[in-house]
Design a protein around this ligand. Structure first.
Ligand code: ZN
Length: 286
């Protein structure tokens, strides 16, 4: 988040006067996608106790403060209000903002890479099942075209495929079951990360760390850009989960994550983004 001045005021997203280089405000991205999170747009009256989130300008206009990005938006007073006063604080679910929101975007980015893996594994599984169903005819075709295929794919690859197809359905079933298990794990990872669950973070850590072992071996025989990029990305994911998501109790663990959440997503946090309002008692009451 932005730097705090001695009064406790923190500039809202996108308004930091010290902003010298482009910086992504995830709150603004969230509002671009979901719209502003406003309070009291359907209330007949607003009072002093609501000043932190909605203020009356005159009989026909009100200023509403977005609970996510802190922008104030002027709207007409509702002509047909559905409630007398704005929602109380215990009725309002504050939207993600600050570090928890940023982390949510990072986790969803990792979840998208898992979705890509799931698509690739589905193709592999489909291929394995197709080979299982047509094993005999494929083996005959392979034998008939062995010479020409060897010139394209190399003798070693074709030899391995030939022995796999000749070895009965057992090895192929093992491949298909292995791919299916991997598919289920990658899907669980993606869902867990998308929903920002702790088990999703741990599962991703374990799976990605296990994947680093064969990648490290592969690196000893091949230094192709794909191998290096894949390994760097996986290393970054593992380090991000360990350091930023504080897995295994690192840097304070889950209690520190909760404290971070309370610091950035709370009524006190909303008060810190209003000049002269660092004390939450100056705002609305429940
Ligand atoms: Zn907003």
């Amino acid at each position: 988040m932005s730097s705090e001045d001695p009064s406790g005021f923190v500039p809202p997203p996108g308004t930091d006067p010290d902003r010298r280089r482009p910086k992504l405000s995830f709150e603004l991205l969230g509002c671009a996608w979901n719209g502003h999170a406003l309070v009291g747009t359907d209330a007949a009256t607003v009072g002093e106790q609501d000043a932190l989130v909605v203020r009356s300008v005159d009989a026909g206009r009100r200023l509403h403060r977005c609970l996510r990005c802190d922008a104030w938006t002027m709207l007409p007073t509702p002509s047909e209000p559905s409630r007398e006063t704005p929602e109380g604080r215990d009725e309002i679910v504050l939207p993600d903002r600050g570090r928890p929101l940023k982390s949510r975007y990072v986790l969803r980015l990792i979840a998208l890479t898992r979705a890509f893996n799931v698509l690739v594994l589905l193709l592999v599984l489909g291929g394995a099942i197709a080979v299982l169903v047509n094993q005999v005819s494929l083996r005959d075709d392979l034998v008939a075209n062995a010479t020409s295929l060897q010139t394209v794919f190399g003798g070693q690859v074709i030899g391995q495929v030939q022995s796999l197809l000749s070895g009965g359905a057992g090895p192929l079933w093992l491949v298909a079951i292995g791919v299916f298990v991997l598919l289920a794990l990658e899907t669980a990872e993606g869902v867990g990360l998308w929903r920002a669950t702790r088990w999703g973070e741990y599962l991703t850590f374990v799976m990605t760390t296990l994947l680093l072992v064969p990648q490290a071996f592969e690196l000893t025989s091949s230094t192709s850009p794909g191998t290096i990029i894949g390994m760097v990305v996986n290393l970054a994911v593992v380090l991000y989960l360990l350091i930023s998501k504080r897995l295994f109790g690192l840097r304070g663990g889950a209690p520190a994550i909760s404290a971070e959440r309370e610091h950035d997503i709370s009524w006190a946090a909303l008060a810190r983004h209003l000049p002269g309002c660092s004390d939450v008692r100056g705002g609305a009451s429940a």
